[in-house]
Design a binder for this molecule. Structure first.
Ligand SMILES: [Zn+2]
Length: 244
């Protein structure tokens, strides 16, 4: 799978080797542009993104969040459009930009660090956070929204990226992902990619998101991935942890 974008005679491109389920050419292109050309990202992403494969739900969601237009080309149309391209060609990093700086990593014994960090964040600018708990309720990984640096860097996307970067595998069965706001379509699809077995990942969001991106979003209709608004789980977990 390839994704191309042309801006002022420069062809930016990214490819997908099929080895990691949460990464696609389109998401590598969009996140690669934010990572490598942050100052130009908004104008670059006004251009049409071309791809040679049908869009996955993650790609669709990320285009909604951070780009404007896309077109899926047949192999024949792809060759016609790009085989004689005469501008310069700029490959973007084939690995999705690392999530360093977007997440904080906690071991099972460092739940208090995680809590301290969350409290620190919530004392300042309203932060959208996500925390992954193992089946015994211990914090595995936390993340937050960093959209001022990358429009696609929602807390859930950052968490998925960091998890895969570190473990190269899906989350343990029986885990719970707590998210402050209802995940948007992009994040819902990323969360599904995080779950090796969607029926064994519980997702709980704690507030409705007033923005349009999350309106009526759900993980994937027809799956048993569980989502619930207003669950007291988050507050209960915070309170329990504070007592330890
Ligand atoms: Zn999101």
């Amino acid at each position: 799978m390839r994704a191309y974008l042309v801006h002022q005679g420069v062809l930016y491109h990214s490819e997908y080797d099929g080895r990691a389920s949460h990464r696609t050419a389109v998401t590598r292109l969009i996140r690669g542009i934010w990572k490598e050309h942050p100052g130009q990202a908004l104008s670059l992403l006004r251009n049409r993104i071309f791809t040679d494969s049908p869009l996955s739900p993650v790609c669709e969601g990320m285009i909604k969040v951070a780009a404007k237009r896309f077109e899926v080309l047949s192999p024949k149309d792809w060759d016609e459009r790009f085989s004689g391209f005469e501008g310069s060609v700029k490959p973007l990093a084939h690995s999705v930009p690392g999530a360093e700086g977007h997440t904080f990593d906690v071991g099972p014994a460092s739940t208090s660090d995680l809590l301290a960090h969350l409290r620190l964040r919530s004392a300042g600018v309203p932060a959208v956070s996500a925390v992954l708990l193992d089946p015994r309720g211990r914090a595995l990984l936390g993340s937050w929204n960093l959209t001022s640096e990358d429009r696609t860097a929602h807390a859930e996307v950052n968490l998925v990226e960091a998890w895969f970067a570190k473990h190269q595998t899906t989350v343990p069965c029986g885990s719970t992902l707590h998210v402050i706001l209802r995940p948007c379509a992009m994040c819902a699809a990323q969360i599904l990619a995080l779950a090796g077995n969607p029926k064994a990942l519980r997702v709980v969001f704690h507030q409705e998101d007033p923005g349009p991106a999350s309106k009526n979003s759900c993980l994937v209709p027809g799956t048993d991935l569980w989502m619930k608004a207003g669950s007291p789980g988050w507050q209960a977990w915070l309170a329990d942890s504070q007592e330890e």
